[in-house]
Design a protein around this ligand. Structure first.
Ligand SMILES: *Cc1c(COP(=O)(O)O)cnc(C)c1O
Length: 357
């Protein structure tokens, strides 16, 4: 198998050691397969405990917050977060920064909330992060999307407000340091930077639990259900949680989030620098809002698209095609993507320009 460079937007690349350890556990996890082991067995309870504790360690989660692994992806978390944060005004603010935020807004309405979209970049196909919007004090919460996987923008800082913040961090969690205390709920589908698809990570301020004004939250969608059962209310996604635990263990042994942040910045600098100095390519987003995780760009000469596609395919690069709503190309550079892979791409771009320029 020749070396592949996976720039896919999700599910994500994970470290080779993690793939190997996860594969080994499918065959032998203390004598059974990880796939057949009881989730109530002490061996798996220890896995769940470590998977939760490692998130606290990695992100310096303060006391008074709980870490949960649920199912349904970020798509169900849109609804779960809205239902659980429903407060006395039943009113929520949303900043619409792209396709995922738009879906979150829809689920806020499905949760019965009066939804106020206080900022949006829809006017320019979401190529920037809205700023300077005012945050009404009557909002029960404000929903943000830290990184816009499809459009390639990222919030470099978060609004400072007394209104509780809820944030979808699916595609940049563990790639940069954050102050968890600024948020009431953080959630993330595992498959963008944490582990396999099938688990959804929640970091929840315990004081919000049980305070929802929603008239009838289904049992599974009530975060308090999971808090009270130590994230074991029903059968958890055993294999995704196990693999996420391995990945967290690997990350903590390799410098943690501070090191991931440095690596992400180096990878992003390398690629954006090539885009900005190569006449054949152009970035698609506002420079100050550029994502360090998902880099969106286009070819400036349309007639070269097929040839460029052939070139990166031949170099073992995978998943560089842009999302249909943006076009062009998207290089997703999650934690486990090595800078050597980014170098393969930038060398290819610069060779391509030399041959065609
Ligand atoms: C991928 C993604 C989602 C959707 O996640 P699922 O787990 O597939 O539901 C939501 N938000 C963001 C920012 C994403 O990148």
């Amino acid at each position: 198998m020749s070396k592949k460079h996976n720039f896919g937007a999700g599910p994500c690349i994970l470290p080779q050691e993690v793939f190997q350890q996860a594969a080994a556990a499918v065959l032998d996890f203390n004598g059974l397969s990880i796939l057949e082991v009881s989730h109530r067995s002490p061996d798996f309870v220890a896995v769940m405990d470590e998977a939760r504790a490692s998130v606290k360690k990695a992100l310096n989660v303060p006391d008074g917050y709980t870490v949960l692994y649920l199912q349904g992806g970020a798509s169900l978390a849109f609804l779960i977060s809205a239902m659980n944060m429903s407060g006395k005004n039943k009113k929520a603010g949303y900043v619409n920064t792209g396709a995922w935020a738009t879906k979150a807004i829809k689920e806020g309405k499905n949760a019965g909330l009066d939804v106020d979209v206080i900022g949006s970049s829809e006017d320019k196909n979401f190529n920037y992060i809205p700023k300077g919007y005012s945050i009404g004090s009557d909002l029960d919460f404000l929903h943000l999307t830290s990184n816009n996987t499809i459009f390639g923008t990222q919030m470099k800082d978060f609004p400072s407000t007394d209104v509780p913040l809820v944030c979808d961090m699916s595609s940049d969690i563990f790639s940069r340091q954050i102050n968890v205390a600024d948020f009431d709920i953080i959630y993330a589908g595992a498959q963008k930077n944490l582990g396999p698809a099938g688990a959804t990570l929640f970091i929840v301020k315990e004081s919000i639990l049980g305070n929802s004004t929603h008239p009838n939250i289904p049992t599974y969608l009530d975060l308090n259900t999971h808090f009270k059962k130590d994230s074991m209310f029903n059968t958890p996604p055993v294999f995704p949680v196990y693999t996420a635990m391995l990945n967290l263990r690997h990350m903590l042994a390799n410098g943690g989030v501070a090191e991931m942040e440095k690596r992400s910045q180096a990878k992003a600098d390398l690629l954006y620098n090539e885009i900005d100095h190569n006449a054949l390519f152009a970035g698609t987003t506002a420079i100050e809002d550029r994502s360090n995780m998902n880099v969106t760009f286009t070819l400036t000469v349309d007639s070269l698209v097929d040839e460029f596609n052939e070139a990166w395919n031949a170099a073992g690069i995978v998943g560089l095609k842009g999302h249909r709503s943006v076009g062009g190309f998207r290089a997703s550079m999650y934690n486990a993507l090595e800078i050597e892979s980014v170098k393969v791409l930038t060398d290819l771009m610069s060779d391509f320009a030399q041959r065609k320029g």
